[in-house]
Ligand binder design. Structure first.
Ligand SMILES: [Fe+2]
Ligand SMILES: [Fe+2]
Ligand SMILES: [Fe+2]
Ligand SMILES: [Fe+2]
Length: 399
């Protein structure tokens, strides 16, 4: 059944406020949860965080007091939604366990988006990025085995493989080469706009998370690894945000944000296996339908256009968390040695890339390589979870 959020009736804004008891949701049970339920929670936390930060930026550019008040009212609800969503995660999970789940999100969300993306230039941007987060998952899984003496398969649950991607030390590019070309807002498919916003928000959340939790680690290797991968997440935010057409007006951007929230809550409501979590997705969808209606009014008033001119006629097929093993293996076999040059991609280490590498390494092995050596020394071998056979790019991936 086609679902058009513009034709639905949501919950009036006045009725969206929840009290403390309603916000205090019971967390998921980490030992029995579907790993993709956890992935949906982490994704929606990133989406709500972006909704809040975007609204703050918009308010700071807004001179009309009444308008600022309306933004503040909706934003307060977004902030409540973020609390409910992120508080579904249980306190018993360690920071490193949550980190591994964050990288699993980056892998399976980005791989899905790459598979569904209609524009080949954008597809390439997702294919490029996914091989890096795939490698982060492997580095953190080795750290996890070494310092918490547990295995990442308990978290990723065998639906996502853990093995080297494009080696993390090769992710450190000159910032100039992280900027992509944007899509053209007049020509692009509505789905492409939603994809770019979704992956941008997820990467931004990962960037913020490592910024804040990295120094909480005590082991020197863990502190260094969070710093190194944290810098790559900054590159990823630059990479994905530059895909969004910067010519969109603030009101068009607001409209796209609210529409995307509807799209994702609807997607996750359709695909959720945990009934309690599904009820949250459904409730929040009904709130977002009203946020979207309000954003449509602002768009009509200040942009002078009809929302139908920029939005999809109905929601695209649901964003689905599912294994992407064969797809990722194909990318590993063909794109592992890519880097960026300007807004394009090349397969050799060009001069600007090499200069950046030399500058950041300072003549030493980075933490992302050291952690594998260290775990080999402690556990007798490195950690991998290769459920579909040997690595498609061979074993010669170390330095
Ligand atoms: Fe929201
Ligand atoms: Fe990552
Ligand atoms: Fe990333
Ligand atoms: Fe919203």
């Amino acid at each position: 059944m086609a679902f058009d959020p513009l034709q639905e009736r949501g919950i009036p804004l006045d009725e969206q406020l929840r009290n403390w008891r309603e916000l205090d949701v019971p967390p998921i049970d980490p030992d029995h949860v579907d790993p993709y339920t956890r992935c949906r929670i982490i994704t929606m936390n990133g989406i709500e965080t972006e909704a809040i930060l975007f609204s703050h930026q918009l308010a700071r550019h807004c001179t009309d007091l009444e308008l600022k008040r309306q933004l503040a009212r909706v934003r307060y609800i977004e902030a409540q939604q973020q609390k409910v969503v992120n508080w579904l995660l249980p306190g018993v999970s360690s920071v490193l366990e949550t980190t591994i789940a964050y990288e699993q999100v980056a892998v399976d969300l980005t791989a899905w988006v790459a598979r569904m993306e209609p524009d080949p230039y954008l597809t390439q941007a997702y294919q490029f990025g996914v091989l890096e987060d795939f490698d982060h998952l492997y580095r953190y899984a080795n750290l996890y085995e070494m310092i918490e003496h547990r295995k990442a398969e308990k978290i990723v649950d065998g639906v996502t493989e853990v093995m080297p991607g494009r080696p993390t030390y090769l992710h450190h590019r000159d910032p100039v080469d992280n900027v992509r070309e944007p899509y053209d807002r007049h020509r692009t498919e509505p789905l492409s706009k939603l994809h770019a916003l979704t992956v941008m928000a997820a990467e931004q959340q990962t960037m913020n998370y490592y910024m804040n939790v990295g120094p909480l680690a005590m082991e020197p290797i863990a502190r260094r690894l969070y710093q190194e991968i944290g810098m790559v997440e900054e590159e990823h935010v630059t990479h994905y945000e530059s895909l969004v057409d910067p010519g969109e007006s603030w009101w068009e951007m607001l409209l796209n944000h609210e529409y995307n929230e509807c799209y994702l809550y609807h997607s996750f409501m359709e695909t959720e296996s945990d009934p309690k979590v599904k009820a949250v997705w459904e409730l929040h969808l009904n709130m977002e339908i009203e946020h979207l209606r309000l954003a449509c009014e602002l768009f009509k008033r200040f942009d002078g256009r009809d929302p139908d001119q920029v939005l999809a006629p109905e929601l695209p097929p649901p964003v689905t968390f599912e294994p992407n093993k064969a797809y990722l293996r194909e990318l590993l076999a063909t794109q592992i040695d890519c880097t960026t040059l300007g807004t394009g991609y090349v397969q050799e280490a060009h001069e600007r890339f090499s200069r950046m590498q030399e500058a950041v390494m300072g003549g030493e092995k980075p933490a992302s390589e050291q952690v594998i050596d260290d775990n080999r020394a402690v556990s007798g071998r490195e950690y991998r979870l290769e459920t579909e056979g040997p690595h498609p790019a061979g074993m010669q991936l170390g330095r």
